[in-house]
Design a binder for this molecule. Sequence first.
Ligand SMILES: [Zn+2]
Length: 143
Amino acid sequence: MSPKRDKSYYLANKKRIRSLNKKWIKENKERFSMINRRGQVKRREKFKKRIFKILGNKCSECGFDDERTFQISSITNLGKKISKNNNGNKFLRCLFKMSTEELRNNFQLLCSNCNWIKKINLKERVRPKKISKDTEINKKREY
Ligand SMILES: [Zn+2]
């Protein structure tokens, strides 16, 4: 069957197919979550591959090219907004959909060392909250 025919069949039976799918998911919850997780990992790899490639496949500070250390760092307010409002796969999907130019204008690739250095230099680092004198931890210390 050609993909085109497949699609027209789907469109004609949209409601029925959807309700069948829903029913299957309900009856096979564990299998579905397993399949779904596998798909998520695959999608994440696909997203990362394209994003890394566009952003140069190496750290833009020091040139380190081990992709296990890559972190996507925002360089504009728009980039910051996008990373703040999306997490995990959603964030990657959002970047995946961007044009090459948009992506390069708003994000850069850094290795985790350079990204931490940047965060500390810009004072973006999240500091641990100061513990006030009457917290549980300090009370216990007195004994
Ligand atoms: Zn680096």
